[in-house]
Design a protein around this ligand. Structure first.
Ligand SMILES: NC(=O)c1ccc[n+]([C@@H]2O[C@H](COP(=O)([O-])OP(=O)(O)OC[C@H]3O[C@@H](n4cnc5c(N)ncnc54)[C@H](O)[C@@H]3O)[C@@H](O)[C@H]2O)c1
Length: 459
């Protein structure tokens, strides 16, 4: 039977006549749904969030990398719509699952979103469908968790329906690489599932990279994110070393990056953030430990990266100390809340940890981020809601210390440099050396106030 279903779905995919669905319309799902719709498929997005559904159906984008004009055009052309009604699955030929995969506090994978979405699909699963999991997860999820849930109703994967895993590689805020032009790795349960998933993506995405199994595809994503996490951990440790040795890590990385082979620059910072790099490697770690394997690199990088917000707080304390001030009682302006530059995503942002730590030590905390107008109390564990400060010379000058934690490109760092009393720069946003700027991983400038007998040791 599978060949008959394969031919049927293959024909629909090649003719762009397949009705495609995307479950979870977030940073991953909305851009993907838009690409499918642009490729000519009638695309249905399914989400639980009524605001997202309304926005899409009104032709509005809430994801910065997806232009509203594009959503409006596709909705007007009846190529894209959104709903919270899972019964539409009965009418769909393909489904991509793009729901969150957070970690529990214990660093165990939280599979509840995948389980909930797959339960809903299982209610309406029908012969000849293709289901593709995109959420980042531990190797084995597609075959050990998703497949049995879908087969519980009696249909068999690879025979009655098709199943694959394809990791999402979206990089929010990247002006060069987007869902359309980043190669897509696809691993299906058997040749037909892989080929159908490749045909679906091939209609909308430039390059498809088939691998031998869902498990291999799951592992590809975890290798990529572990690679980043470990290398960021390495460069953060080098930054701590440079800080101790009085060497400028930024100068060192820049010069090392001129090597045309065998080196790839990673940059230090206040810690890891986002929905992927701080989380995904622990999915792998959890699975490895279950199989009696101790993943040492992941744990070590996790410790180093996790300690960076504490190091930044110490650096701010040192900086204030040089001005005869303490953290307790000082006003500290956090410049940049998002976990990386030029985006609005604050998930797992180290800025939130730094703010909470400074608050606990008695500082008065303010923040400025052009992408994050408001901050709820629960997001930063500070006990009160906040609003961004205007990025004016007055607001900058009002702080005892400005801590640059995210280097958004729209910020005028010349103005920050000229207005601030004191700056702790964790991103090398301010070029050159200045008496009132302390950089993460770089020698401190000469003390503004000389302490008799300590000038050399402290400088
Ligand atoms: N954001 C990234 O940069 C990125 C990059 C690569 C991979 N990923 C992975 O992709 C997956 C999705 O991440 P995201 O950033 O798009 O998350 P997100 O939180 O932006 O979006 C997830 C969406 O799923 C919806 N949702 C949750 N449960 C649902 C359910 N049962 N049914 C229907 N909708 C449901 C939520 O309302 C939300 O709109 C995660 O596994 C993540 O690790 C994310």
């Amino acid at each position: 039977m599978s060949d008959e279903y394969y031919q049927m779905l293959r024909g629909k995919l090649d003719a762009r006549a397949a009705r495609v669905g995307v479950i979870g319309l977030g940073y991953v799902g909305l851009p993907l749904a838009v690409e499918f719709a642009r490729a000519g498929f009638v695309t249905t997005g399914i989400d639980l969030d009524a605001r997202k559904i309304d926005a899409v159906n009104q032709g509005t984008s809430y994801i910065p990398d997806v232009p509203t004009s594009e959503v409006a055009r596709l909705v007007a052309d009846r190529k894209l719509r959104a709903t919270n009604d899972f019964s539409c699955v009965a009418e769909l030929d393909t489904i991509n699952i793009c729901v969150p995969t957070p970690l529990r506090k214990t660093k165990d994978p939280d599979m509840s979103y995948i389980v909930s979405a797959v339960e809903q699909i299982a209610n309406y699963l029908h012969r000849g469908m293709l289901i593709v999991l995109e959420s980042t997860t531990y190797p084995g999820t597609t075959e050990e968790l998703v497949q049995p849930m879908l087969e519980a109703g009696g249909l068999k994967a690879g025979v009655d329906f098709f199943l694959a895993f394809s990791p999402e590689r979206v990089d929010p805020g990247n002006p060069t690489f987007n869902t359309h032009n980043v190669p897509k790795v696809v691993g299906g349960l058997g040749r037909e599932s892989t080929e159908l998933a490749a045909a679906l993506y091939g209609a909308a995405i430039e390059t498809i990279v088939p691998v031998s199994s869902p498990q291999a595809a799951e592992m590809v994503k975890l290798l990529e994110n572990t690679f980043r996490m470990v290398n960021i951990g390495l460069v953060n440790e080098i930054a701590l070393m440079c800080d101790r040795l009085g060497i400028d890590v930024w100068e060192v990385v820049k010069a090392a990056a001129t090597k045309p082979f065998g080196f790839m620059p990673f940059y230090p910072g206040p810690g890891l953030g986002g929905h992927c790099i701080p989380i995904d490697p622990f999915y792998l770690s959890w699975k490895a430990k279950q199989n009696g394997f101790d993943p040492r690199f992941i744990e070590l990088a996790g410790q180093i990266n996790g300690a960076m917000p504490h190091f930044v707080v110490d650096k701010i304390g040192d900086a204030l100390n040089r001005h005869q001030k303490s953290i307790n009682g000082s006003t500290i302006l956090i410049l940049g809340l998002a976990y990386k530059r030029d985006i609005d995503d604050m998930r797992e942002s180290p800025s939130l940890d730094v703010m909470a730590l400074l608050h606990q030590k008695g500082a008065t905390i303010r923040y400025a981020d052009p992408y994050v107008p408001t901050l709820a109390a629960r997001a930063w564990h500070g006990g009160f809601d906040m609003q961004t400060e205007p990025l004016t010379p007055q607001a900058i000058a009002a702080a005892d210390c400005v801590a640059i934690l995210t280097e958004h490109r729209t910020v005028d760092y010349g103005m920050v440099l000229n207005s601030a009393k004191l700056v702790v720069d964790t991103r090398n946003a301010i070029a050159g050396s200045h008496a009132h700027v302390l950089k993460l991983g770089a020698p401190a400038p000469a003390l503004p106030v000389a302490i008799p007998g300590c000038e050399k040791a402290m400088a």
